[in-house]
Design a protein around this ligand. Structure first.
Ligand SMILES: [Zn+2]
Length: 152
């Protein structure tokens, strides 16, 4: 985890390899195998509820898992990361590592809906719409990591 950076502070260097980390976003950096996020991205998302932070980090962690295990990669990377996020978060809850309140499922769905389509937390060539993102997150929630490995 590199963790927090201030994307609006041009005096601070924050890079993934040669590329600057994005403003108002979070990212898995394959160059140094790190996860980082712009503080404004987390603060803005947190205004809708605390589960935003869990979901963003779990999603980026999902990208890290796929990068470390390329044999499991399939289809749309954003949707697979959403699936692995659901698997990680609800697997953690099943194992007693995380306790979610009664609003968690609804809040995760709302968060995923907000970042679907053309929202900033997705690259321009991503194709996960809101419903797809919620569905893949739910797939991971229901079936764990095995639900995120595709049909092969
Ligand atoms: Zn992603």
């Amino acid at each position: 985890m590199v963790g927090l950076y201030d994307g609006t502070d041009s005096t601070t260097e924050h890079f993934c390899g040669p590329d600057p980390l994005p403003v108002d976003n979070a990212q898995y950096c394959y160059v140094d195998n790190s996860v980082s996020w712009d503080q404004s991205f987390m603060q803005d998302g947190y205004t809708t509820g605390k589960y935003w932070v869990y979901m963003v980090i779990a999603h980026e962690w999902g990208h890290a898992v796929v990068e470390q295990n390329p044999e499991i990669e399939w289809g749309e990377p954003e949707l697979q990361a959403d699936c692995l996020a659901g698997a990680a978060l609800y697997g953690g809850a099943t194992d007693g590592l995380i306790a979610f309140g009664p609003d968690a499922t609804k809040e995760f769905a709302t968060d995923l809906s907000q970042i679907g389509d053309e929202a900033s937390w997705s690259e321009t060539n991503d194709h996960g719409d809101s419903l797809q993102r919620v569905n893949f997150f739910s797939l991971g929630k229901e079936y764990g990591v095995n639900g995120c490995l595709g049909d092969d």
